[in-house]
Design a protein around this ligand. Structure first.
Ligand SMILES: [Zn+2]
Length: 332
């Protein structure tokens, strides 16, 4: 059918409208195919290495991830540099942990002129609080009347140490990427689902391995208070030397108390962290006579090509290391 006979079936105004419609569709299709051909990955900034790995798992080859605080580095006391502002300015999505884990982020975001979508990875996580009761992340602090009389305490940001929370992170990341890049929403959702299935499998493995150790023989010492979520999820008792961040130095009295506790209560091992100094942990081990248990990955992944260079690898390493040391101490 030629275009003239095709058009001749329609009165002039309808023909004109239809022609304009075709031009408009061609323009939209043209723009779409130009984008599809170029396949520019979505620029995403993640505040630290663990989130960056999750974004890579969920985003696959459709995202280009920039990490602000890299492997083996401590996000609590981080100082941003100009290149981080530049990466943020060019990003379409920013993925953050929240819960005061990145105290340097609000200033950096503002200075960068970032205009993209912010994804709060902990949205919907049950937050562990010190000196207060647990609450849901992202809840409305403005409605004071509704929450009358409840004490918030200090929020523990290390929620990723429980795989059940990791699953929430993955869902939040998939939703954020889909919002910024709706054409690839199915891709992100399906990658998140298979990632979550792997998290569930590992979660079951970790629980089964720890269940083989008597509950009263699962006590260890960690450098800072990064394993509260792990403790609650998997039933290992952690005594932290420092508080919620490594910025808070323990007093000599605190250290003496921990050493006494280690002598009295059957601690299986003292663990160091990959992203902080081990001086204090070594002192505690030396003075209490408890064995050094090795490295746990707390707030950052390990070097590339090491077992703990991914989120799942990190949880698996930590659990394996803990179970090994706890079993050793059963023989003493
Ligand atoms: Zn920490």
């Amino acid at each position: 059918m030629s275009s003239s006979t095709f058009f001749s079936h329609y009165p002039y105004s309808a023909r004109r409208r239809r022609w304009l419609g075709m031009v408009a569709s061609a323009l939209v299709l043209g723009a779409w195919s130009a984008h599809a051909v170029s396949r520019e990955p979505l620029p995403v900034v993640a505040t630290f290495s663990i989130l960056a790995d999750m974004v890579k798992e969920v985003g696959g080859d459709r995202v280009a991830v920039t990490t602000i605080v890299g492997n083996d580095a401590d996000a609590h006391g981080f100082e941003p540099k100009p290149q981080h502002a530049k990466a943020l300015r060019e990003a379409k999505v920013l993925v953050l942990n929240g819960l005061d884990f990145e105290p340097w982020l609000p200033r950096l975001t503002q200075a960068s002129g970032f205009e993209g979508i912010k994804v709060l990875a902990t949205e919907g996580v049950k937050v562990r609080r010190l000196g207060g009761r647990d609450t849901d992340a992202g809840h409305d602090h403005g409605s004071a009347a509704k929450h009358d009389g409840h004490s918030h305490g200090e929020a523990d940001p290390h929620a990723w140490q429980d795989l059940t929370n990791g699953m929430i992170y993955a869902r939040n990341i998939a939703a954020g990427l889909s919002k910024a890049d709706p054409r690839n929403a199915n891709y992100y959702e399906s990658r998140a689902s298979s990632y979550i299935a792997r998290m569930k499998a590992l979660d079951n493995e970790v629980k089964a391995a720890i269940a083989a150790i008597p509950p009263d023989r699962r006590r260890v010492i960690s450098s800072h208070d990064a394993f509260g979520y792990f403790a609650a999820a998997y039933g290992v008792d952690f005594i932290p030397i420092s508080g919620l961040s490594n910025q808070s130095e323990p007093s000599a009295r605190d250290v003496a108390r921990i050493i006494q506790m280690a002598r009295d209560t059957g601690v299986a091992g003292v663990f160091i962290e990959n992203m902080s100094s081990s001086v204090m942990a070594q002192q505690v081990a030396r003075e209490s006579g408890v064995l050094m248990g090795g490295t746990l990955y707390a707030d950052a992944l390990g070097p590339v090509d090491q077992p703990a260079s991914t989120y799942l690898g990190m949880i698996s390493w930590n659990a394996g290391r803990l179970v090994y040391v706890l079993k050793q101490s059963l023989q003493n």
